[in-house]
Design a protein around this ligand. Structure first.
Ligand code: B12
Ligand code: SF4
Ligand code: SF4
Length: 422
């Protein structure tokens, strides 16, 4: 039985009884689980004013400087499901666990290696999850058709995963998937924070789940572990200091004072999640159950997030310095790493080599002083300055003589001064 509920500009049939609403919600949850989503809950389509205010406050504080697409206007839309779908009645919050077993046949030779954040070891999650969202939206259309025949309004959906204008964590928190960790990530009892979040805004009236009563308590492990001090207060991230931002989103030179703190991280950062006791307990429990191990159902379901090769998790750095645009495109096709672009990734590789300090990298870094990207030349100079030694200094002096870009000449002079000091 359906009755008619009127919204501004829309007349949408909805189930008359709570039992009918529960039944359709159950159908959707089961369909989502069958498609591979690990957590599925529902919240209402009411706005998320606290999320909007938090985002606008962080932008005003300058904590998102450099992410020009992340604007106050975007937050206003992202925090209001009705701005995204006028006939919205509910939001389905979806979590996908992505941790896979550490690479088993990782062969690290003596050459310097970098580290890639584990969310980027395998296929691009945007593509993987988008496919699952499309399939779930199709199920929703069938459910709407079963219940309302030709009522097109009921079948309307908007799908989001990360890049869309939607406050992913606020939806997940209100739907009770988990709670806000002090490192700002959404933490769940079942999967820790190793979850990609996604949502479907739907015109269907669904039974909302309550938020859960859980918090980090007195723990502050992530705040003290962050190497750059990016977590300026519990739940508050200054993205301009965050290694994830610097190595993935930031397009220019990395501030000098932050470079030594990046270590050998060349794409993303997992430190504030790796030290989290909730994650450690979750991982121990999953390993004890064999849920991450070879041949487990979990491993098969998440196979696309596992390292494509051992080098995906911990690549040898020196060969990356000479990557051409074509090689970059080929190697990182359908990988989250393509977001950094070749110049960003090679910039990060220079910093990692400088921090590792192994003189074996000097000839390749000296060659990178002639790289076609000024950004790379400047960071190669910095790395040589940090490694030091006669060969590094000679390469810097030779390159300085005919370097066309003033900012790179500045880096070279700074590097020479640093290596003299050393
Ligand atoms: C911009 C962005 C970034 C930026 C800024 C991150 C940030 N913390 O804001 C950068 C590039 C740094 C980044 C990094 C990462 N990101 Co990101 N990112 C986003 C994006 C696009 C928007 C996030 C946003 O709105 N930030 C604004 C702030 C204000 O939002 P918020 O922190 O959620 O705000 C709430 C809490 O802070 C809380 N709050 C406010 N005050 C207080 C006080 C206390 C004490 C507490 C506990 C909470 C609290 O209330 C706020 C409002 O609801 C989302 C996708 C999306 N569309 O939402 C992905 C997203 C947040 N990122 C994600 C991931 C995986 C990462 C990385 C782990 C990747 C990596 N390994 O390198 C890191 C984690 C870094 C970190 N510690 O946050 C996932 C997070 C999944 C999860 N379990 O939480 C998301 C949801 C993408 C996805 N769909 O899966 N990211
Ligand atoms: S991702 Fe790394 S740099 Fe960013 S807040 Fe966490 S520990 Fe700090
Ligand atoms: S490390 Fe501690 S404070 Fe940080 S998110 Fe995990 S439980 Fe919360």
């Amino acid at each position: 039985m359906l009755d008619a509920t009127t919204y501004p500009g829309n007349t949408i049939p909805q189930p008359a009884t709570d039992a009918a609403r529960q039944a359709r919600t159950r159908r959707i949850v089961e369909a989502a689980e069958a498609l591979g989503f690990d957590l599925v809950r529902v919240t209402s389509a009411a706005p998320f004013p606290a999320a909007r205010e938090a985002i606008q406050e962080r932008i005003a504080q300058g904590f998102f400087a450099g992410m020009d697409w992340f604007t106050a206007e975007r937050a206003t839309v992202a925090a209001d499901p009705h701005a995204l779908l006028p006939q919205a009645r509910a939001v389905i919050a979806l979590g996908t666990f992505y941790l896979t077993d550490a690479p088993r046949d990782l062969t690290i030779t003596g050459d310097p290696h970098g580290q890639v954040s584990c969310y980027a070891w395998g296929d691009d999650y945007h593509t993987v999850i988008r496919r699952r969202l499309d399939a779930l939206a199709e199920e929703i259309r069938k459910i709407a058709a079963d219940e309302a025949g030709a009522a097109a309004d009921l079948a309307a959906t908007r799908l989001f995963v990360d890049t869309g204008r939607m406050v992913d964590r606020a939806v997940a928190q209100r739907a009770g998937l988990g709670w806000y960790g002090k490192n700002t990530n959404l933490l769940t009892r079942q999967w820790g924070s190793w979850l990609f979040l996604a949502e479907i805004v739907t015109a269907l009236d669904l039974a909302p789940d309550p938020p859960i009563a859980a918090s980090c308590g007195h723990c502050t492990a992530c705040l003290t572990a962050c190497p750059t001090g990016a977590l300026v207060a519990p739940g508050v991230l200054d993205a301009t200091r965050c290694i994830s931002y610097l190595t993935i989103e930031h397009r220019g030179a990395i501030p000098l004072e932050l470079r030594p703190l990046i270590g050998n991280l060349i794409f993303g950062c997992d430190i504030c999640q790796q030290v989290c006791p909730v994650n450690l307990v979750v991982e121990r429990r999953l390993r004890a159950r064999g849920a991450l191990g070879p041949g487990s159902a979990g491993e098969r379901q998440r196979a696309m997030f596992a390292p494509r090769t051992p080098a995906s998790a911990s690549p040898a750095l020196i060969p990356l310095l000479a990557l051409s645009e074509d090689e970059f495109r080929e190697r990182f096709r359908n990988s989250p790493i393509k977001r950094a672009k070749r110049r960003g990734l090679v910039r990060n590789v220079c910093i990692a080599l400088g921090n590792l300090g192994d003189p074996v990298a000097v000839p390749a870094l000296a060659a990178a002083l002639r790289h076609d990207e000024a950004l790379v030349r400047g960071h190669a100079a910095w790395a040589l300055g940090r490694i030091g030694g006669d060969a590094a200094r000679a390469a810097l002096r030779a390159a300085l003589a005919d370097e066309p870009a003033p900012e790179v000449r500045g880096e070279m002079r700074y590097a020479l001064a640093q290596s003299d000091d050393a």
